[in-house]
Ligand binder design. Structure first.
Ligand SMILES: Cc1cc2nc3c(=O)[nH]c(=O)nc-3n(C[C@H](O)[C@H](O)[C@H](O)COP(=O)(O)O)c2cc1C
Length: 177
């Protein structure tokens, strides 16, 4: 089983990053092949909406997204982790999603998990962010969203440590074996 965590945060060891590591740690202990893609630290450009990919199945931009899509297409389980920025997903996660256009129909039959980090403690305040991620998975053939992890009440790096979501996301990773 191939498990990928896509981390939208630009902060290394930030709250989303730590949740990704916990998930992958659990999955690794369960015998899965694991990989983290730090999309928040990768310089991928927004979609140009040129629609060349409709004809060719490939993006005209050569910035590493091809390689990322290849990994996503060949994975089984995908964790999408994003910090909340102004009550939505962060820009890097949105760019990743939009740049899937070239091959999104090949992202088939995947199991998804979402991890959302935010200073706000209210789960209902995460709804616009979750709606955006659901908008993506709804376009992918056979996608199933299995669970959502709330890293709420986190502001500074490290605030996530010790929260119950750490154990919850680890256990979810571990259940994948
Ligand atoms: C540009 C920006 C906008 C933010 N907007 C919100 C927001 O609308 N609501 C909220 O609860 N937290 C907001 N935050 C706080 C982050 O969501 C929070 O610090 C989160 O834990 C960061 O996760 P990370 O460590 O994975 O980057 C914002 C932070 C930044 C940098």
């Amino acid at each position: 089983m191939k498990v990928i965590a896509v981390c939208g945060s630009p902060r290394t060891n930030g709250n989303s990053d730590v949740l990704c590591d916990q998930f992958l740690k659990g999955a690794g202990e369960a015998g899965c092949e694991t990989q983290k893609i730090q999309i928040g630290k990768t310089k991928i450009s927004p979609c140009y909406a040129c629609y060349v990919c409709k004809e060719t199945g490939r993006c005209v931009q050569n910035d590493g997204m091809d390689e990322i899509l290849e990994k996503i297409i060949h994975s089984d389980v995908i964790l999408l982790a994003t910090p909340v920025y102004f009550y939505s997903m962060d820009a890097q996660m949105k760019i990743f999603i939009d740049r899937s256009l070239a091959r999104y129909q090949e992202i088939k039959d995947k199991t998804f998990y979402f991890a959302i980090t935010a200073a706000d403690t209210r789960h209902e305040a995460m709804e616009p962010t979750i709606a955006g991620l659901n908008g993506y998975t709804a376009c992918l053939p056979g996608a199933v969203v299995k669970d959502i992890f709330y890293g709420t009440g986190t502001w500074e790096k490290g605030d996530i440590l010790g929260l119950p979501v750490m154990k919850k996301i680890f256990e979810a990773g571990k259940s994948l074996g």
